[in-house]
Ligand binder design. Structure first.
Ligand code: OFO
Length: 180
């Protein structure tokens, strides 16, 4: 019995996205480390947790590809971008990564629709929704940053923002909580 339930094109696109999710995780990890080194522990916590979320997304793709009779292919992950100059640049770069990622998710949903592959269409909807939430979350953080960095008592506001992000709702564990 042929248990292959996705087309070759779809398998290729899903594999590409799986690698992209791994890349997203690396971007957040790299920026998190940069924030930690620059004494923004709260922002680092937020970014580290988000890195783990992206890694969970990568696993979702891996499992889906394999469950549908395809084969997940583990490929090289591109290097994370160079360190940002400041928090503003860091947050804006993250938002752009998320917007670019949303466009890649749209390609999967478009192909699924074209191929009448309703299982993948449904799988893709989870990511469409997730991207809406993520873009909105980062925009919200940018708004807070803009408020904090333009006020007169700048350092005090940045300190408060850093504390806020430490308790922002996120899933996943921190690299610093992993046991060796
Ligand atoms: Fe940024 O979320 Fe993955 O897909």
């Amino acid at each position: 019995m042929n248990d292959r339930r996705i087309s070759d094109n779809m398998e290729q696109l899903l594999n590409k996205q799986m690698t992209r999710e791994a890349y997203q995780a690396q971007v957040y990890l790299s920026y998190g480390s940069w924030a930690e080194v620059n004494s923004f522990g709260g922002i680092a916590t937020f970014l580290y947790k988000h890195s783990n979320e992206e890694r969970e997304h990568m696993f979702k793709f891996l499992k889906y590809i394999n469950d549908r009779g395809g084969s997940a292919t583990i490929e090289a992950i591109a290097a994370a971008p160079v360190n940002p100059k400041n928090i503003g640049e860091c947050l804006n770069a993250i938002l752009q990564h998320e917007i670019d990622n949303s466009k890649e998710i749209d390609k999967i949903v478009n192909l699924a629709h074209e191929e009448k592959d309703w299982a993948t269409f449904s799988f893709g909807q989870w990511f469409v929704k997730e991207q809406i939430e993520e873009e909105s979350l980062i925009k919200d953080v940018i708004d807070k940053y803009n408020l904090a960095s333009t006020a007169t008592s700048q350092n005090h506001n940045l300190y408060d923002m850093d504390k806020d992000l430490a308790s922002a709702s996120q899933e996943g564990t921190l690299p610093r909580e992993e046991s060796l």
